[in-house]
Ligand binder design. Structure first.
Ligand SMILES: NC(=O)c1ccc[n+]([C@@H]2O[C@H](COP(=O)([O-])OP(=O)(O)OC[C@H]3O[C@@H](n4cnc5c(N)ncnc54)[C@H](OP(=O)(O)O)[C@@H]3O)[C@@H](O)[C@H]2O)c1
Length: 297
């Protein structure tokens, strides 16, 4: 039987992947920092290995007997070192397939810092001769969900991407692709995919869809990059993260992520979820009267 390790299993992609694997009657191993959080989120049918990517010993233990790995962790300046610990341990173990989550702008010369960090890790994986599939999702539709309550109250969607169109992808489609690769139902060893939705939307489109769903006027308020910087700095995020968010805004203004592709459909054998469907679900589920999770799996 194929043994699968899921990192980032208490996060957005990893938790969906772990739950989907359990639903397929497999027992994935999850590598997590917080065992209680993992148990309550993922239930009893996962094998938990407790540890941090910074802890080389724990990482090595998590890989014992593993055939395929989902490698995902948050954007962080230490990413190359942290993910590198897993990559090096994997090469010293049984050379499992690494399904790595990268992102938009993954290039060694990227003007987006996280894009460079992802590219460096991808190169590390290739240099060590590990089998891999690299997934580079576009902006997640679910990022819009975080602003829903504000939009519901104010009727304003704020962003600093001007007229940019973005082929956003539903994080559940990203998880579905991971599962196909981790179970071996699809073999894309040695390949890299940009994952997008099937339509590129502007923020005017987002506002129009939300106007209908919320049954109130919703307007897209265009911020300048300077205004975005001011509000990001006021939010208390670390400077390196503010820089990356601004770099992404600049990249979207320059047209990055605006071209939908067919990768999700080719890998899943069905079209990607649409933005209108995602927003309808998010609005329904985040209805203050319903009290339920805005990001259902
Ligand atoms: N957001 C987007 O639109 C977008 C688009 C494309 C690609 N991406 C990529 O997606 C990735 C993030 O995925 P996500 O949204 O699923 O992440 P997420 O929800 O932020 O979850 C991160 C996971 O990693 C775990 N983690 C954090 N630091 C760790 C450490 N030092 N050791 C072990 N585990 C650690 C977290 O555990 P805890 O629960 O303990 O914190 C959590 O399970 C990034 O690489 C990003 O570039 C994002």
């Amino acid at each position: 039987m194929t043994e699968i390790l899921v990192t980032g299993a208490t996060g957005r992609i990893g938790s969906l992947v772990a739950k989907r694997l359990v639903a397929l009657n497999t027992t994935p191993r999850v590598f997590v920092r917080n065992v209680e959080k993992a148990r309550s989120l993922l239930g009893p049918e996962v094998e938990i290995v407790s540890g941090d990517l910074a802890d080389e010993g724990a990482v090595a233990r998590s890989l014992d007997g593993i055939d395929r790995v989902l490698l995902v962790s948050p954007v962080h300046p230490e990413q190359r070192h942290l993910q590198g610990n897993l990559v090096r341990a994997a090469a010293a173990a049984e050379n499992p397939l690494i399904v790595k989550i990268s992102g938009l702008g993954t290039k060694l010369t990227s003007t987006v810092d996280s894009g460079r960090w992802h590219a460096e890790t991808e190169l590390d994986i290739q240099r060590l001769g590990l089998p891999y599939t690299f997934l580079r999702p576009n902006f997640f539709m679910q990022n819009l969900g975080y602003g829903l309550e504000h939009i519901r109250k104010t009727g304003e969607v704020r962003a600093a991407v001007g007229e940019a169109r973005i082929a956003m992808v539903d994080v559940r489609d990203v998880a579905d692709v991971c599962v196909k690769l981790l179970t071996g139902e699809v073999d894309s060893t040695g390949k890299a995919y940009a994952l997008t939705g099937n339509v590129a939307h502007s923020y005017d489109d987002v506002a129009a869809i939300l106007s209908k769903l919320l049954v109130r006027d919703v307007a897209y308020v265009r911020q300048s990059l300077a205004e975005a910087r001011t509000s990001l700095e006021a939010s208390g995020q670390p400077d390196w993260h503010v820089q990356i968010l601004l770099q992404f805004n600049r990249a979207f203004l320059d047209g990055w992520g605006s071209a939908p592709n067919t990768a999700v459909e080719r890998l899943l054998g069905r079209p990607p979820r649409t933005l209108a469907d995602y927003l309808a679900e998010a609005v329904r589920e985040s209805n203050p009267d319903s009290g339920s999770n805005p990001f259902p799996s």
